[in-house]
Design a protein around this ligand. Sequence first.
Ligand SMILES: [Ca+2]
Length: 269
Amino acid sequence: MTCAKTIVILTVSLMCIHCSSDDDAGPNFPGSTENEVSLLFNGVDGHGTAGDISSTLGNPVDVFTISIWFRAMGAPAADATMLHLNPEFETGRNSMQVRLYWSSPTQVAFHVTPDFEGDPGATLTAAVAEPQEWNNLMLTFDARAASGNVAMYLNGDPVDSGDQSTTLTAVGNIVFARAGADANFFHGYLDEVAFWDSRLGSEEIKAVYNEGKPKNVRFDIPGYESANSVKSLWRMGDENFTGEENVSDLVGGNHFTIVGGGTFEPETP
Ligand SMILES: [Ca+2]
């Protein structure tokens, strides 16, 4: 094959990849494919189990941002948990824990510790005025920061921060809508959950919140240029390719299985 032919073939291949990407993004490119469904958990036994934390965030974990959209059905029960990393205490209770849960019917709490048994870590809270409407939380952790290593943003605004600079040893898996073994189930909707292996700044967090209309964070948008550091993205039924029993991770391949009462619903922020 001549050099010229090789270049032509390569060029055509690259053009096809580009076309395919644009098609996938839909008519509102950049930054959006339609968000048409979310995942409703029944609060009785419904939850989702993804794979190892390390397959999304690497190991050790020294920096992340998490975005999660949620809407409670009824008053959230105390300790109802929306997201839990290492809920099974793999390697024992002196191992990492990251948990986002309801500490009261109108307050969410975010706990990060490298050692559940021996280190209180940081627990941040946010008052949620309307739990039964759609809300967005963004959670950041950066062990390298001098202070304020853990921070919490509600609907685009900073609400709390704390100091917890110890790197986490990634053990255990990522679970949605449940804590521990069959306890503290969350009754409500979760949508558009994303993990980055970087800390997003306040302007980027506002851009992702987008005044209450989630953007597809696989694509950069004005004010947000961190698409390349998204490691997992679960759109809760949109762009799903793993079937009705599962939620596809569109970036990292860390798909999760729906266990018990969890259904895709046409209800989105
Ligand atoms: Ca969705």
